[in-house]
Design a protein around this ligand. Structure first.
Ligand SMILES: NC(=O)c1ccc[n+]([C@@H]2O[C@H](COP(=O)([O-])OP(=O)(O)OC[C@H]3O[C@@H](n4cnc5c(N)ncnc54)[C@H](O)[C@@H]3O)[C@@H](O)[C@H]2O)c1
Length: 349
């Protein structure tokens, strides 16, 4: 099976994303030539070993979102210093989005910018987090509040590495894949996994090349389905201690966004059905969890700094489908949002 190489034009240059089964065997070939040593950053439970072709040292960080901290970024940078890493050496992140965000951030600030390569080991990281140069850590005040735009030198999306991924993590990634199906990559669900990853990476690469630093608004289409998703995640945390998985929340957010677009006359019934069909094809749920409250969801959406959702004198801002495809839409009447949420909540109970 052949590998696909997808170029990403960003950061004043271009870097390759290698996609396909066995792609990690190519790691040594994408290491910057000037690098004399490598530091691999991973998590102990991932258990994936990589061969950089250089003297390499492995550092592990704890599992989970809580590991994306300034303290762990400092720990990594101090280890880099102790290992006398210099900026032409290379940091290699081997993991999901938590590892690629944290390692990428540490690399971006160490010596004011050190080379790094991502080996993405979750579906979510392969189709989204590892590509595009957004790195970051969380603060107690909010997710991803500290970060940088720092492009990797290469990304490896080896679909063989997904074999050990727990099914719920696969589903989480499919929530993002379903998103891509509506922002320019239709018909994904019938393709082999490596082809699905490649199409998503191609699309993300195109969006990033157009709007690397999220200034033109183009990159906002990557947040399709995410406005309600973030609110659902926050609502779930407020109600119980169990988390709603991000990809599951995105799937519900996609269906909600389609129905909102329909209620505004932007799309027809068949396009709404298409959203349901794609979400179901990935075995993702489509109902707002029981117990959710419409007014509280709106409050969370309005408080979500990262989302496009905001209040203006004329209404709310969302990323919605329409005759010109998915785009940022302002002036969505708050009443329409509330009544659709209430309708969906009543369908779930
Ligand atoms: N930078 C970006 O553009 C961007 C985009 C989307 C998401 N993100 C970030 O990505 C993070 C979520 O990433 P995620 O969903 O990959 O979660 P994650 O990194 O926590 O990985 C999920 C779990 O799978 C385990 N794991 C990883 N690879 C494995 C493998 N091959 N086999 C078995 N277990 C494996 C991990 O140890 C972890 O327990 C969030 O912090 C989010 O903010 C960043």
């Amino acid at each position: 099976v052949s590998l696909k190489t997808i170029p990403v034009t960003a950061g004043g240059g271009s870097y390759p994303v290698l996609v396909g089964p066995g792609a990690s065997a190519e790691l040594a070939s994408v290491i910057p030539k000037a690098a004399k040593r490598a530091v691999v950053i991973t998590q102990s439970k991932i258990g994936i070993e990589v061969e950089s072709g250089l003297p390499q040292h492995v550092l592990t960080v704890p599992d989970g979102e809580n590991s994306k901290t300034m303290a762990n970024a400092e720990y990594l940078c101090r280890q880099f210093a102790e290992l006398s890493l210099n900026r032409s050496d290379v940091v290699i992140a081997v993991g999901g989005g938590v590892v690629t965000d944290l390692a990428g951030f540490a690399a971006s600030v160490f010596h004011r910018g050190t080379n790094y390569v991502n080996v993405a080991t979750t579906l979510l990281a392969q189709v989204d987090a590892s590509v595009g140069g957004k790195t970051g850590v969380n603060l107690p005040e909010g997710k991803n509040l500290v970060g940088s735009f720092w492009q990797p030198r290469a990304v490896i999306c080896d679909t063989d590495l997904l074999r050990s991924l727990p099914p719920e993590e696969m589903r989480c990634g499919y929530g993002e894949v379903a998103k891509y199906a509506f922002i320019g990559a239709p018909g994904l669900e019938s393709l082999p996994i490596s082809e699905q990853v490649a199409r998503c990476v191609e699309l993300k690469a195109a969006v990033v090349a157009e709007d690397e630093h999220e200034t033109s608004g183009r990159r906002a289409i990557l947040n399709y389905g995410h406005t309600l998703a973030h609110a659902l995640e926050a609502e779930r945390l407020a109600l119980t201690s169990s988390k709603l998985k991000h990809g599951e929340a995105v799937a519900i957010g996609l269906v909600f966004a389609a129905r909102l677009a329909k209620s505004l006359g932007r799309i027809g019934d068949s396009r709404v059905s298409e959203h349901y069909r794609v979400v179901r094809s990935y075995h993702l749920g489509e109902s707002i969890p029981v117990g959710a409250n419409a007014a509280r969801l709106v409050k969370f959406m309005a408080g979500d700094k990262k989302s496009m959702f905001s209040r203006s004198s004329t209404g709310l801002t969302f990323v919605l489908d329409g005759p010109n495809g998915v785009e940022v839409v302002d002036s969505v009447p708050e009443g329409d949002v509330i009544s659709l949420l209430e309708e969906m909540i009543s369908e779930s109970s």
